[in-house]
Write a protein that binds this ligand. Sequence first.
Ligand code: CU
Length: 318
Amino acid sequence: MNHKKHHYKKWLMFMLLGMIFFLSGCDQMTVFDPKGPVAESQSDLIMYSLYYMFGILIVVFVAFTVIVIKYRDRPNRKKDSYKPNIHGNKAIEVVWIVIPIIIVTLLSIPTVNTLFDLEDPPEVSNDKDPLVVYATSANWKWFFSYPEQGIETVNYLHIPTDRAVEFRLSSAGSMAALWIPALGGQKYNMAGMQTTLFLQADEPGVYDGRNANFNGEGFTEQTFKVYAEDSQEFQDWANKKKQSAPKLTQDVYDKLLKPGIVDRYTFSSTHLAWVDHGKMGGMDYAVDRYFNAYETLMHLETDNQEEIKDHIDGKQVK
Ligand SMILES: [Cu+2]
């Protein structure tokens, strides 16, 4: 009696948790609403895997129900009709080895294919060279350097649509992960090394980006916006910033690096001129400057924001 009641409670709890998940903030699941070819291939893979596993689930449940009903214990059962010893039945053993191999193979082939495809720019835009953007994480902000355009942005970025973006990821601080859910999955940013992530937007729009790897106090605030616009608009934006934005000096850059949260900024030069955190030499750059800040208690608001603004004549935000 007690046992039954216990199970009932468990199910109620499970249903409640499920309702919380489905009825809460998850009203638009960005991952299932892809805005570019990379996110689309990942979403397709997830859907394929879900339908596939759902199919297996149905077969198992149907077989389970049939067996439970067909072979249930009945009062008129003959005493010797139950023979549980099936050892040595080659046919059954082959079947239950071969079926899982087929299942795993059919699940692996598209997964491995997709994973390898993601290491190259999306095929649909093979006619254009990818736009190169160095995305550098620091505690707790993002630097986006455009070497070809000669500009650098902090905590936001513009990208052209219908063209692949080659993100060169590294970190000036702790390990992070660049994630723009509408455009594709995340990849890690690590100090002293570089990883490459190809993403592409097909639809113009404003997308959310964030750090997807927990890295302490300012983790939740380490977000940015992605403005995807057609290539002419992007070019105009880049040209305008190249002409009007202040130069990024090493002094201002060092101030921005201080552990904490900063506003958006735009500069008409990049920090790659003196440091590339993706190379071994750039690994300790931030720690060397802020050893004490890393060692003692950190503060979320960077206390030198006014100082930074003074340095660049207030010509910053988007
Ligand atoms: Cu690494």
